[in-house]
Write a protein that binds this ligand. Structure first.
Ligand SMILES: Cc1cc2nc3c(=O)[nH]c(=O)nc-3n(C[C@H](O)[C@H](O)[C@H](O)COP(=O)(O)OP(=O)(O)OC[C@H]3O[C@@H](n4cnc5c(N)ncnc54)[C@H](O)[C@@H]3O)c2cc1C
Length: 377
């Protein structure tokens, strides 16, 4: 691996940072979080024009044809600006599922629409068991004649209320990994109901999706029946890496907010940043963030270049950043004192996103156990 970024990657990183400072200030995050559906369409139109929604979609399907490291650099900036809305659901989860698991007609049909922002997608994976492995997929899909019927419920489906397309993991037979089939389900299909769920992170909306005798044609199967788990596993690893990247950017911004505040808040006639106790907190934050960056970049690089390394690298990055972002956001609140705890201050957007990122797609314990298993410990 080349340990530096290419010139193009540095440009992407810098232009994304500048764009988001201008176009997604905390005032917009607050406005979006307060009401409506949590989806700032004007911002997303501009993001799509910049090619962000289809960053890893091949050029032949209307995307930019870039790699996972590029997407991780972008996600880092999105996390830094706590960008609200369905980017992660659509440009990461649904796009990668179709890219990795779709037949060519399915890729041709959906990838240009997702890349242009014309359509929003998401992944419906988890159920009541909340298991991230194949045994967690229990919802049944049955075939009769040329038609599939889906019945059951999916939980913690991000942004399904604004999605045009749901990629739904179902059991069509067998146990564990054999017999998991992915379906492409337009949200408007009769029998699909989306219900909001309360969520700690106000920048991303979570839903329950119910399927009551939802009838689908044979070509709604993504790829081939019974072969969906390979795709889910790949998307799950990618999601872990990109949430780690989002966390990296978020942690960096939380640190900056705390340091900025410590330079202006005065107590006992001095700025609080001059007290050694506060300096120590900030130094600990820096010393956690910097090594974490290497794990995220390596895991993103491995996703494209080192497929055998990729699952372990993804888990190492997610385990580390689950902890680091939460700890850093927590310390940032401590440095702010009472004001950091309030709705009036912006810091809670990062604090809550840290909690969501910590738990989604496997918490630190889940990923550490996986690293141990993969290392045959
Ligand atoms: C949920 C909640 C309920 C509350 N309820 C009450 C209440 O009922 N009544 C009330 O009076 N107050 C209440 N408070 C306010 C609380 O007492 C203050 O938040 C607290 O005293 C911290 O003061 P501050 O927010 O001004 O932070 P600051 O004093 O500005 O401190 C900010 C940071 O600087 C550090 N710092 C400050 N001075 C020094 C120093 N000399 N050396 C090293 N580090 C320093 C602090 O440890 C902290 O990390 C409440 C706060 C919260 C969050």
């Amino acid at each position: 691996m080349d340990f530096g970024l290419s010139q193009d990657q540095e440009l992407l990183q810098q232009s994304a940072a500048e764009f988001l400072v201008a176009e997604c200030p905390p005032t917009l995050v607050r406005e979006v979080a307060r009401g409506g559906d949590g989806y700032p369409r004007a911002l997303y139109r501009k993001m799509a024009e910049l090619g962000w929604m289809g960053l890893v979609v091949p050029e032949q399907h209307g995307g930019s044809g870039l790699g996972m490291l590029d997407l991780a650099l972008l996600c880092e900036q999105l996390g830094r600006a706590v960008v609200p809305g369905p980017f992660f659901s659509s440009a990461v989860l649904a796009t990668l599922a179709i890219l990795h698991g779709g037949a060519s007609a399915q890729r041709k049909r959906w990838l240009p629409r997702l890349a242009s922002g014309e359509a929003v997608g998401t992944l419906a994976l988890l159920e009541e068991s909340d298991r991230l492995d194949a045994a967690g997929v229990a919802m049944r899909a049955r075939k009769r004649g040329g038609t599939w019927t889906l019945s059951g419920s999916k939980l913690f489906v991000t942004d399904a209320h604004v999605a045009d397309l749901l990629v739904v993991a179902c059991r069509t037979g067998g146990r564990n990994e054999e017999g998991v089939t992915l379906f492409l389900v337009p949200r408007e299909t009769p029998g699909v109901t989306v219900l909001p769920l309360p969520s700690i992170d106000v920048t991303r909306r979570t839903t329950e999706v119910r399927f009551e005798h939802v009838e689908l044609p044979a070509d709604a199967v993504l790829g081939s029946p019974g072969r969906g788990w390979r795709t889910v596993a790949r998307v799950r690893d990618a999601a872990a890496v990109l949430l780690a990247a989002d966390s990296l950017g978020g942690a960096q911004r939380a640190l900056e907010l705390a340091v900025e505040y410590s330079k202006v808040r005065e107590q006992f006639g001095r700025v609080i940043g001059s007290f050694q106790a506060v300096k120590h907190l900030a130094a600990e934050m820096v010393s956690e963030i910097e090594p974490a960056r290497a794990l995220v970049w390596y895991a993103a690089y491995a996703a494209d270049a080192l497929p055998r390394e990729a699952p372990r690298a993804a888990s190492m990055a997610k385990a580390c950043l689950s902890d680091v972002y939460s700890r850093v956001a927590n310390r940032a609140v401590q440095i702010h004192g009472g004001i950091g705890f309030t709705w009036e201050h912006d810091l809670h957007f990062w604090f809550k996103r840290a909690k969501w990122n910590e738990l989604a797609f496997g918490d630190a314990t889940w990923h550490r156990e996986r690293v141990a298993t993969l290392a045959k410990l």
